[in-house]
Design a protein around this ligand. Structure first.
Ligand SMILES: [Zn+2]
Length: 445
Protein backbone atom coordinates (compact mmCIF):
# COMPACT_ATOMS: atom_id res chain seq x y z
CA UNK A 1 0.00 0.00 0.00
CA UNK A 2 1.17 3.50 -0.80
CA UNK A 3 1.92 5.27 2.50
CA UNK A 4 1.87 8.79 1.08
CA UNK A 5 0.60 11.63 3.28
CA UNK A 6 -2.61 11.66 1.21
CA UNK A 7 -3.20 7.98 1.91
CA UNK A 8 -2.41 8.33 5.59
CA UNK A 9 -4.21 11.59 6.31
CA UNK A 10 -6.97 12.23 3.81
CA UNK A 11 -10.46 12.09 5.33
CA UNK A 12 -9.16 12.13 8.89
CA UNK A 13 -9.10 14.54 11.78
CA UNK A 14 -6.14 13.66 13.98
CA UNK A 15 -4.11 14.80 16.96
CA UNK A 16 -0.49 15.69 16.41
CA UNK A 17 0.62 12.50 18.18
CA UNK A 18 -1.46 10.48 15.71
CA UNK A 19 0.26 11.96 12.65
CA UNK A 20 2.88 9.50 11.44
CA UNK A 21 5.28 12.33 10.53
CA UNK A 22 8.03 14.28 12.25
CA UNK A 23 7.49 17.74 13.70
CA UNK A 24 9.53 19.15 10.81
CA UNK A 25 7.44 17.38 8.17
CA UNK A 26 4.23 18.54 9.83
CA UNK A 27 5.44 22.15 9.85
CA UNK A 28 6.35 21.90 6.18
CA UNK A 29 2.89 20.45 5.35
CA UNK A 30 1.26 23.37 7.16
CA UNK A 31 3.58 25.83 5.47
CA UNK A 32 2.75 24.52 2.00
CA UNK A 33 -0.97 24.57 2.79
CA UNK A 34 -1.69 20.83 2.61
CA UNK A 35 -2.32 20.43 6.34
CA UNK A 36 -4.58 22.62 8.39
CA UNK A 37 -4.62 23.10 12.15
CA UNK A 38 -8.14 23.00 13.59
CA UNK A 39 -8.91 24.07 17.18
CA UNK A 40 -9.75 20.96 19.24
CA UNK A 41 -12.01 22.80 21.67
CA UNK A 42 -14.01 25.88 20.80
CA UNK A 43 -15.57 28.31 23.19
CA UNK A 44 -19.07 29.59 22.59
CA UNK A 45 -21.55 31.63 24.60
CA UNK A 46 -22.81 28.69 26.67
CA UNK A 47 -19.43 27.09 27.28
CA UNK A 48 -17.22 24.76 25.25
CA UNK A 49 -17.66 22.35 22.39
CA UNK A 50 -15.28 19.52 21.51
CA UNK A 51 -14.65 19.54 17.77
CA UNK A 52 -13.75 15.86 17.71
CA UNK A 53 -16.72 14.32 19.53
CA UNK A 54 -19.25 17.16 19.62
CA UNK A 55 -19.47 17.12 23.42
CA UNK A 56 -20.99 20.31 24.85
CA UNK A 57 -21.72 19.13 28.38
CA UNK A 58 -19.80 21.29 30.81
CA UNK A 59 -19.31 18.46 33.34
CA UNK A 60 -17.49 16.48 30.64
CA UNK A 61 -14.75 19.08 30.29
CA UNK A 62 -11.73 19.21 32.57
CA UNK A 63 -9.24 21.98 33.27
CA UNK A 64 -5.51 21.90 33.90
CA UNK A 65 -3.76 25.01 35.16
CA UNK A 66 -0.74 26.02 33.09
CA UNK A 67 1.19 29.23 33.76
CA UNK A 68 -1.44 31.92 34.21
CA UNK A 69 -4.20 30.25 32.25
CA UNK A 70 -6.22 27.12 32.20
CA UNK A 71 -6.13 24.45 29.54
CA UNK A 72 -9.57 23.00 28.91
CA UNK A 73 -9.78 19.44 27.64
CA UNK A 74 -12.57 17.05 26.66
CA UNK A 75 -13.11 14.14 29.03
CA UNK A 76 -15.76 12.56 26.82
CA UNK A 77 -13.34 11.36 24.12
CA UNK A 78 -10.14 11.26 26.16
CA UNK A 79 -9.62 7.54 25.57
CA UNK A 80 -8.77 8.47 21.95
CA UNK A 81 -6.02 10.85 23.15
CA UNK A 82 -6.49 14.27 24.72
CA UNK A 83 -8.06 17.11 22.75
CA UNK A 84 -7.65 20.46 24.48
CA UNK A 85 -7.49 24.20 23.93
CA UNK A 86 -3.73 23.62 23.51
CA UNK A 87 -3.91 20.38 21.56
CA UNK A 88 -5.46 21.03 18.14
CA UNK A 89 -6.59 18.61 15.47
CA UNK A 90 -5.13 18.32 11.98
CA UNK A 91 -6.99 18.11 8.69
CA UNK A 92 -5.41 17.16 5.34
CA UNK A 93 -6.24 19.72 2.64
CA UNK A 94 -3.79 18.43 0.04
CA UNK A 95 -4.47 16.03 -2.83
CA UNK A 96 -7.68 14.00 -2.52
CA UNK A 97 -7.52 10.28 -2.01
CA UNK A 98 -8.38 8.34 -5.16
CA UNK A 99 -9.80 4.87 -4.72
CA UNK A 100 -9.09 2.17 -7.29
CA UNK A 101 -12.07 1.07 -9.38
CA UNK A 102 -12.10 -2.59 -8.54
CA UNK A 103 -14.01 -4.61 -11.09
CA UNK A 104 -15.12 -8.12 -10.16
CA UNK A 105 -14.04 -7.65 -6.57
CA UNK A 106 -16.60 -10.11 -5.21
CA UNK A 107 -15.48 -13.73 -5.14
CA UNK A 108 -18.38 -15.08 -3.09
CA UNK A 109 -20.32 -17.65 -5.06
CA UNK A 110 -23.24 -18.34 -2.71
CA UNK A 111 -26.87 -17.88 -3.57
CA UNK A 112 -29.32 -15.49 -1.92
CA UNK A 113 -32.92 -16.27 -1.01
CA UNK A 114 -35.63 -14.17 -2.67
CA UNK A 115 -35.93 -11.99 0.46
CA UNK A 116 -32.18 -11.48 0.55
CA UNK A 117 -32.04 -10.73 -3.17
CA UNK A 118 -34.77 -8.08 -2.87
CA UNK A 119 -32.85 -6.44 -0.04
CA UNK A 120 -29.53 -6.74 -1.92
CA UNK A 121 -31.06 -4.94 -4.92
CA UNK A 122 -32.40 -2.12 -2.75
CA UNK A 123 -29.08 -1.82 -0.93
CA UNK A 124 -27.24 -1.53 -4.24
CA UNK A 125 -29.67 1.14 -5.48
CA UNK A 126 -29.34 3.14 -2.24
CA UNK A 127 -25.53 3.00 -2.48
CA UNK A 128 -25.66 4.07 -6.13
CA UNK A 129 -28.02 6.97 -5.46
CA UNK A 130 -26.18 8.11 -2.32
CA UNK A 131 -29.44 7.54 -0.47
CA UNK A 132 -30.46 6.36 2.99
CA UNK A 133 -31.94 2.92 3.69
CA UNK A 134 -32.97 0.95 6.74
CA UNK A 135 -32.50 -2.79 6.39
CA UNK A 136 -34.75 -4.34 9.01
CA UNK A 137 -33.69 -7.96 8.92
CA UNK A 138 -34.48 -10.65 11.49
CA UNK A 139 -31.67 -12.32 13.45
CA UNK A 140 -30.17 -14.97 11.20
CA UNK A 141 -31.41 -13.36 7.96
CA UNK A 142 -27.87 -13.41 6.53
CA UNK A 143 -27.49 -9.66 6.28
CA UNK A 144 -23.74 -9.71 5.61
CA UNK A 145 -24.29 -11.63 2.36
CA UNK A 146 -27.03 -9.16 1.37
CA UNK A 147 -24.42 -6.38 1.35
CA UNK A 148 -22.03 -8.10 -1.07
CA UNK A 149 -23.72 -7.12 -4.33
CA UNK A 150 -23.95 -3.41 -3.44
CA UNK A 151 -20.42 -3.38 -2.04
CA UNK A 152 -19.03 -4.93 -5.22
CA UNK A 153 -20.82 -2.29 -7.32
CA UNK A 154 -19.55 0.51 -5.06
CA UNK A 155 -15.99 -0.82 -5.26
CA UNK A 156 -16.34 -0.92 -9.04
CA UNK A 157 -17.15 2.80 -9.00
CA UNK A 158 -14.18 3.61 -6.78
CA UNK A 159 -16.26 4.47 -3.73
CA UNK A 160 -14.68 4.52 -0.32
CA UNK A 161 -16.73 2.35 2.04
CA UNK A 162 -17.08 2.04 5.79
CA UNK A 163 -18.99 -0.55 7.74
CA UNK A 164 -19.20 0.60 11.35
CA UNK A 165 -20.71 -1.16 14.33
CA UNK A 166 -20.84 -0.28 18.01
CA UNK A 167 -19.17 -3.53 19.06
CA UNK A 168 -15.57 -4.62 18.55
CA UNK A 169 -16.53 -8.32 18.64
CA UNK A 170 -18.80 -7.75 15.64
CA UNK A 171 -15.86 -6.17 13.74
CA UNK A 172 -13.74 -9.22 14.62
CA UNK A 173 -16.51 -11.60 13.53
CA UNK A 174 -17.13 -9.81 10.20
CA UNK A 175 -13.50 -9.22 9.21
CA UNK A 176 -12.65 -12.76 8.00
CA UNK A 177 -15.97 -13.03 6.14
CA UNK A 178 -15.36 -9.84 4.15
CA UNK A 179 -11.72 -10.76 3.50
CA UNK A 180 -12.88 -14.08 2.07
CA UNK A 181 -15.57 -12.48 -0.10
CA UNK A 182 -13.30 -9.66 -1.33
CA UNK A 183 -9.81 -11.22 -1.29
CA UNK A 184 -8.20 -8.60 -3.56
CA UNK A 185 -9.51 -5.54 -1.72
CA UNK A 186 -7.48 -3.90 1.02
CA UNK A 187 -9.63 -4.01 4.15
CA UNK A 188 -8.73 -2.31 7.43
CA UNK A 189 -10.39 -3.58 10.59
CA UNK A 190 -10.31 -0.92 13.31
CA UNK A 191 -11.18 -1.19 17.00
CA UNK A 192 -9.44 -0.25 20.24
CA UNK A 193 -6.09 -2.12 20.17
CA UNK A 194 -6.56 -3.55 16.67
CA UNK A 195 -3.38 -4.42 14.75
CA UNK A 196 -4.63 -2.78 11.54
CA UNK A 197 -3.90 0.80 10.55
CA UNK A 198 -5.91 2.54 7.86
CA UNK A 199 -3.60 3.77 5.10
CA UNK A 200 -6.32 4.89 2.75
CA UNK A 201 -8.14 1.53 2.48
CA UNK A 202 -11.10 1.41 0.12
CA UNK A 203 -13.02 -0.63 2.70
CA UNK A 204 -12.85 0.12 6.43
CA UNK A 205 -14.50 -2.06 9.07
CA UNK A 206 -14.63 -0.10 12.27
CA UNK A 207 -16.19 0.37 15.64
CA UNK A 208 -18.28 3.53 15.74
CA UNK A 209 -15.76 4.87 18.30
CA UNK A 210 -12.93 4.81 15.77
CA UNK A 211 -14.98 7.05 13.46
CA UNK A 212 -14.10 9.94 15.78
CA UNK A 213 -10.85 10.09 13.76
CA UNK A 214 -12.58 10.61 10.39
CA UNK A 215 -14.04 13.54 8.49
CA UNK A 216 -15.76 13.44 5.09
CA UNK A 217 -14.02 10.22 4.21
CA UNK A 218 -16.66 7.77 2.98
CA UNK A 219 -19.04 7.56 0.02
CA UNK A 220 -20.89 4.66 1.61
CA UNK A 221 -21.50 4.32 5.33
CA UNK A 222 -23.14 1.17 6.68
CA UNK A 223 -24.00 1.06 10.36
CA UNK A 224 -24.53 -2.50 11.55
CA UNK A 225 -26.38 -3.21 14.82
CA UNK A 226 -27.40 0.45 14.88
CA UNK A 227 -29.54 -0.12 17.97
CA UNK A 228 -26.75 -1.70 20.03
CA UNK A 229 -25.11 -0.21 23.08
CA UNK A 230 -23.35 2.24 23.21
CA UNK A 231 -24.29 3.75 19.81
CA UNK A 232 -27.94 4.43 20.57
CA UNK A 233 -27.15 5.98 23.93
CA UNK A 234 -24.05 7.99 23.02
CA UNK A 235 -24.64 11.05 20.85
CA UNK A 236 -20.96 11.48 20.10
CA UNK A 237 -21.01 8.25 18.08
CA UNK A 238 -23.79 9.34 15.74
CA UNK A 239 -22.01 12.70 15.49
CA UNK A 240 -18.82 10.86 14.50
CA UNK A 241 -20.62 8.63 12.01
CA UNK A 242 -22.22 11.65 10.39
CA UNK A 243 -18.97 13.59 10.12
CA UNK A 244 -17.11 10.57 8.73
CA UNK A 245 -19.40 10.55 5.68
CA UNK A 246 -18.91 12.74 2.63
CA UNK A 247 -21.61 15.36 2.01
CA UNK A 248 -22.96 13.24 -0.83
CA UNK A 249 -22.94 9.73 0.58
CA UNK A 250 -25.12 6.72 1.17
CA UNK A 251 -26.18 5.72 4.67
CA UNK A 252 -27.40 2.18 5.32
CA UNK A 253 -28.66 1.08 8.73
CA UNK A 254 -28.79 -2.63 9.53
CA UNK A 255 -30.72 -3.97 12.49
CA UNK A 256 -33.06 -6.69 13.65
CA UNK A 257 -34.43 -4.53 16.42
CA UNK A 258 -34.64 -0.82 15.60
CA UNK A 259 -35.21 1.51 18.55
CA UNK A 260 -38.37 3.61 18.81
CA UNK A 261 -36.99 6.67 16.99
CA UNK A 262 -35.84 4.72 13.93
CA UNK A 263 -39.04 2.64 13.93
CA UNK A 264 -41.06 5.84 13.93
CA UNK A 265 -39.00 7.31 11.08
CA UNK A 266 -39.57 4.09 9.17
CA UNK A 267 -43.33 4.03 9.86
CA UNK A 268 -43.62 7.65 8.71
CA UNK A 269 -41.65 6.84 5.55
CA UNK A 270 -38.94 9.29 6.59
CA UNK A 271 -36.40 6.58 5.88
CA UNK A 272 -36.96 4.01 3.12
CA UNK A 273 -37.08 0.56 4.68
CA UNK A 274 -36.61 -2.94 3.39
CA UNK A 275 -37.84 -5.82 5.54
CA UNK A 276 -36.19 -9.20 5.57
CA UNK A 277 -38.66 -11.14 7.72
CA UNK A 278 -37.30 -14.64 7.09
CA UNK A 279 -34.09 -16.34 8.01
CA UNK A 280 -31.67 -17.43 5.29
CA UNK A 281 -32.81 -21.03 5.76
CA UNK A 282 -36.47 -20.10 5.31
CA UNK A 283 -37.75 -21.53 8.60
CA UNK A 284 -39.72 -19.27 10.96
CA UNK A 285 -38.12 -17.66 14.00
CA UNK A 286 -38.61 -19.63 17.23
CA UNK A 287 -41.38 -17.98 19.24
CA UNK A 288 -40.57 -17.61 22.95
CA UNK A 289 -42.59 -19.54 25.52
CA UNK A 290 -43.43 -17.71 28.76
CA UNK A 291 -42.99 -19.89 31.83
CA UNK A 292 -44.11 -18.26 35.09
CA UNK A 293 -42.01 -19.03 38.17
CA UNK A 294 -43.66 -17.15 40.99
CA UNK A 295 -41.02 -18.14 43.52
CA UNK A 296 -38.10 -17.17 41.26
CA UNK A 297 -36.66 -14.20 43.18
CA UNK A 298 -37.27 -15.87 46.54
CA UNK A 299 -35.59 -19.07 45.38
CA UNK A 300 -32.54 -17.20 44.11
CA UNK A 301 -32.29 -15.38 47.44
CA UNK A 302 -32.42 -18.73 49.23
CA UNK A 303 -29.74 -20.05 46.88
CA UNK A 304 -31.96 -22.52 45.08
CA UNK A 305 -33.41 -22.68 41.60
CA UNK A 306 -37.12 -23.26 40.96
CA UNK A 307 -37.87 -26.80 39.78
CA UNK A 308 -39.24 -25.51 36.47
CA UNK A 309 -35.75 -24.26 35.63
CA UNK A 310 -33.86 -27.30 36.93
CA UNK A 311 -36.27 -29.53 34.98
CA UNK A 312 -35.67 -27.54 31.79
CA UNK A 313 -31.92 -27.92 32.25
CA UNK A 314 -32.27 -31.67 32.90
CA UNK A 315 -34.47 -32.07 29.84
CA UNK A 316 -31.88 -30.37 27.62
CA UNK A 317 -29.07 -32.46 29.06
CA UNK A 318 -31.04 -35.71 28.52
CA UNK A 319 -31.72 -34.74 24.94
CA UNK A 320 -28.06 -33.75 24.38
CA UNK A 321 -29.12 -30.21 23.50
CA UNK A 322 -26.65 -27.36 23.91
CA UNK A 323 -28.00 -24.20 25.51
CA UNK A 324 -27.38 -20.69 26.82
CA UNK A 325 -28.91 -19.40 30.05
CA UNK A 326 -29.24 -15.61 30.17
CA UNK A 327 -29.01 -13.97 33.61
CA UNK A 328 -29.98 -10.41 34.53
CA UNK A 329 -26.68 -9.40 36.16
CA UNK A 330 -23.16 -10.59 36.88
CA UNK A 331 -24.19 -11.46 40.45
CA UNK A 332 -27.16 -13.49 39.19
CA UNK A 333 -25.00 -15.25 36.59
CA UNK A 334 -22.45 -16.18 39.24
CA UNK A 335 -25.13 -17.41 41.61
CA UNK A 336 -26.76 -19.60 38.95
CA UNK A 337 -23.31 -20.91 38.01
CA UNK A 338 -22.74 -21.94 41.62
CA UNK A 339 -26.15 -23.60 41.86
CA UNK A 340 -25.86 -25.53 38.61
CA UNK A 341 -22.13 -26.21 38.45
CA UNK A 342 -22.08 -24.64 34.97
CA UNK A 343 -19.66 -21.94 33.83
CA UNK A 344 -20.67 -18.32 33.41
CA UNK A 345 -19.34 -15.41 31.39
CA UNK A 346 -19.82 -11.65 31.66
CA UNK A 347 -18.30 -8.37 30.49
CA UNK A 348 -15.68 -8.09 33.23
CA UNK A 349 -14.67 -11.76 33.06
CA UNK A 350 -10.94 -11.91 32.16
CA UNK A 351 -11.56 -15.24 30.42
CA UNK A 352 -14.49 -13.91 28.43
CA UNK A 353 -13.04 -14.47 24.96
CA UNK A 354 -11.67 -17.96 25.79
CA UNK A 355 -14.92 -19.13 27.34
CA UNK A 356 -16.97 -18.04 24.34
CA UNK A 357 -14.43 -19.77 22.10
CA UNK A 358 -14.67 -22.99 24.18
CA UNK A 359 -18.46 -22.85 23.97
CA UNK A 360 -18.26 -22.24 20.23
CA UNK A 361 -15.90 -25.22 19.85
CA UNK A 362 -18.41 -27.39 21.72
CA UNK A 363 -16.06 -27.96 24.64
CA UNK A 364 -18.99 -26.97 26.89
CA UNK A 365 -22.61 -27.96 26.39
CA UNK A 366 -23.98 -25.03 28.37
CA UNK A 367 -23.00 -21.52 29.34
CA UNK A 368 -24.56 -18.94 31.62
CA UNK A 369 -24.20 -15.41 30.32
CA UNK A 370 -25.28 -11.85 30.91
CA UNK A 371 -26.62 -9.84 27.97
CA UNK A 372 -23.09 -9.67 26.45
CA UNK A 373 -23.98 -12.65 24.24
CA UNK A 374 -27.39 -11.32 23.24
CA UNK A 375 -26.20 -10.42 19.75
CA UNK A 376 -23.38 -10.55 17.26
CA UNK A 377 -22.56 -14.18 18.01
CA UNK A 378 -23.72 -17.23 16.14
CA UNK A 379 -23.74 -20.70 17.64
CA UNK A 380 -25.30 -23.15 15.22
CA UNK A 381 -27.65 -25.41 17.23
CA UNK A 382 -28.67 -24.12 20.60
CA UNK A 383 -31.66 -23.52 22.85
CA UNK A 384 -31.95 -20.47 25.07
CA UNK A 385 -33.60 -19.64 28.36
CA UNK A 386 -33.84 -16.27 30.05
CA UNK A 387 -33.99 -16.33 33.83
CA UNK A 388 -35.88 -13.34 35.24
CA UNK A 389 -37.05 -12.28 31.75
CA UNK A 390 -39.13 -9.63 33.54
CA UNK A 391 -35.93 -7.87 34.73
CA UNK A 392 -35.46 -4.35 33.33
CA UNK A 393 -32.21 -5.22 31.50
CA UNK A 394 -34.24 -7.45 29.23
CA UNK A 395 -36.06 -4.90 27.10
CA UNK A 396 -37.88 -5.81 23.91
CA UNK A 397 -34.80 -5.48 21.69
CA UNK A 398 -32.65 -7.59 24.03
CA UNK A 399 -35.28 -10.35 24.21
CA UNK A 400 -35.76 -10.44 20.41
CA UNK A 401 -31.99 -10.69 20.01
CA UNK A 402 -31.69 -13.43 22.64
CA UNK A 403 -34.50 -15.43 21.03
CA UNK A 404 -32.65 -14.91 17.74
CA UNK A 405 -29.70 -16.99 19.00
CA UNK A 406 -31.78 -20.20 18.66
CA UNK A 407 -32.44 -22.20 15.49
CA UNK A 408 -29.73 -20.53 13.38
CA UNK A 409 -28.70 -23.71 11.59
CA UNK A 410 -30.50 -24.93 8.47
CA UNK A 411 -30.09 -28.53 9.71
CA UNK A 412 -31.60 -27.71 13.10
CA UNK A 413 -33.80 -24.65 12.59
CA UNK A 414 -36.22 -25.12 15.51
CA UNK A 415 -34.63 -23.94 18.73
CA UNK A 416 -36.44 -23.78 22.05
CA UNK A 417 -36.73 -20.31 23.59
CA UNK A 418 -38.07 -19.96 27.14
CA UNK A 419 -38.60 -16.84 29.22
CA UNK A 420 -38.77 -17.76 32.93
CA UNK A 421 -40.46 -14.85 34.66
CA UNK A 422 -42.35 -13.59 37.66
CA UNK A 423 -44.87 -11.46 35.81
CA UNK A 424 -45.09 -10.53 32.13
CA UNK A 425 -43.56 -7.20 31.07
CA UNK A 426 -44.12 -4.98 28.03
CA UNK A 427 -40.67 -6.01 26.84
CA UNK A 428 -41.58 -9.71 26.89
CA UNK A 429 -44.95 -9.23 25.22
CA UNK A 430 -43.45 -6.82 22.67
CA UNK A 431 -40.64 -9.23 21.82
CA UNK A 432 -43.04 -12.11 21.24
CA UNK A 433 -45.32 -9.90 19.15
CA UNK A 434 -42.39 -8.67 17.04
CA UNK A 435 -41.22 -12.24 16.34
CA UNK A 436 -44.75 -13.37 15.41
CA UNK A 437 -45.19 -10.32 13.19
CA UNK A 438 -42.00 -11.12 11.25
CA UNK A 439 -43.06 -14.78 10.89
CA UNK A 440 -46.46 -13.65 9.53
CA UNK A 441 -44.80 -11.22 7.12
CA UNK A 442 -42.51 -13.99 5.86
CA UNK A 443 -45.48 -16.35 5.32
CA UNK A 444 -47.55 -13.79 3.43
CA UNK A 445 -44.96 -12.95 0.81
ZN1 LIG B 1 -14.37 15.21 22.83
Amino acid sequence: MNSSPTNLLSGKLLLQQELPFSEKEIQSFIHTGVLQEVPGIKEHIFGFVCIRCGNQKSHLFGAIPRDDEEIVYCRKCIEMGRVSTCEPLYRWTGAKLQMPQATEALKWKGKLTQFQQDAANQIETAMLNRARLLVWAVCGAGKTEMLFQGLAAAMGRGDRICLATPRADVVRELEPRFREAFPNITISALYGGSPDRDEGSPFVLSTTHQLLRYEKAFDVMIIDEVDAFPYHADQSLSYAAKRARKDQSSLIFLTATPRTKLKLQSNLNLIPTVFVPARYHGHPLPVPRFVPCYNLKKSLKKETLPSKITNWIAEKRNANRRFLLFASSIAAAEKIAKLTGMECVHASDPERVEKVERYRNQEMDALITTTILERGVTFPSIDVAVIEADHQVFDEAALVQIAGRAGRNAKDPYGDVVFFHQGKTNGMVGAKRMIEMMNDLAKRR
